[in-house]
Design a protein around this ligand. Structure first.
Ligand code: MEV
Length: 324
């Protein structure tokens, strides 16, 4: 039910996984509410070779200190296994809300599972989530699921075929495939880096206030309506729900003046726009009006942002044949 599995492969191994942008429902998804995530066609590629000691980009200290690599090795590469030297190439800006850690995690987990004899894709999704959550301490499986599955996925929402179900503590998330309407999206990095874990914890405190449950219900309603609009391929409606989602994200305190500047700069070139990912810096996502993609991109550049015109990544995490 969940796509091709990861085949066994000898070392050296190369694997690639896409980044993501969240179209609806970030933060609320951590509390079990619906989310829509788009895997974007900006990817991270890793190469693993047998070496004398574990290294990342030639550096042994960097391999030990990298929280996601260290957690992946702890889970998937038993003590005493051959040391691995890793190199990476990424087009995804780091700490920008565009899924650089999910893509790195999914690519590393793909390589390790392939080296261990291959695995079903749902195992890759489970392991990638466990690694990201282990390294971050908080979070939902939305980001890693999009990197593993590619295309568009809904978490705890939508009506498409189920891909996998994941758990942490008493929270449960069912991930479903959503058919890609083939739209062109614009994501733009504000240049302000942020920490996902800090933003998730600060929203958690805000949602623990007396009006928290009402706010979570409002997030849920917006994401449900937004996911339906995408499934019906209604662009104007989708944009309207993105704007509404941004209003709620502002209310829970994760917007940022630089993000608001970028959102304002888009003006009438888009159907709607919002921050994407943890917020408090990071990036925005917009759905440009048809034919106005270049205008939206220029507006962002003039406002000092770093725009990327993206589509759904057609493929999730995968081995890259014949590593260099
Ligand atoms: C971060 O990309 C999305 C958050 O909802 C955290 C998570 O779901 O893990 C803020």
């Amino acid at each position: 039910m969940n796509g091709a599995s990861i085949p066994a492969s000898p070392l050296p191994i190369s694997a690639r996984a896409p980044g993501k942008c969240i179209v609806f429902g970030e933060h609320a998804v951590v509390h079990g509410r619906p989310e829509l995530v788009l895997a974007i066609d900006l990817t991270t590629q890793v190469i693993a070779r047998a070496g004398e000691v574990p290294r990342l980009e030639g550096d042994a200290d960097a391999a030990r200190a990298h929280p996601y690599l260290a957690e992946a090795l702890r889970r998937l590469w038993p003590e005493g296994s051959e040391p691995l030297e890793w190199t990476t190439v990424s087009r995804i800006p780091r700490a920008a809300g565009l899924g650089s850690s999910a893509a790195f995690t999914a690519a590393v987990a793909t390589a390790l599972l392939a080296a261990r004899g291959g695995a079903d894709r749902s195992i890759l999704a489970e392991q990638s989530f466990a690694i990201e959550r282990g390294a971050q301490g908080v979070g939902s499986p939305g980001d890693t699921s999009a990197s593993v599955a590619g295309g568009l996925v809904a978490v705890n929402g939508g009506e498409g075929p189920p891909l996998w179900e994941l758990h942490a503590g008493d929270q449960r998330w069912l991930v479903r495939r959503v058919r890609d309407p083939g739209w062109v999206w614009l994501v733009a990095y504000s240049g302000v880096p942020r920490s996902t874990a800090d933003a998730v914890r600060s929203v958690g405190r805000r949602l623990a206030e007396p009006d928290g449950p009402k706010l979570l219900d409002a997030f849920e309603e917006v994401a449900r309506q937004g996911i339906e609009a995408v499934q019906r391929e209604e662009r104007t409606e989708t944009g309207r729900w993105m704007n509404e989602n941004q209003r709620l994200l502002r209310e829970v305190g994760v917007s940022h003046p630089r993000l608001e500047t970028l959102l304002d700069a888009l003006g009438p070139s888009v159907e709607g726009a919002k921050l994407t990912g943890a917020g408090a810096g990071g990036s925005i996502v917009a759905l440009p009006k048809p034919g106005r993609e270049v205008e939206a991109q220029r507006r962002i550049e003039r406002a000092g942002g770093r725009p990327f015109v993206v589509r759904a990544a057609p493929q999730g995490a995968a081995l890259v044949l014949a590593p260099p």
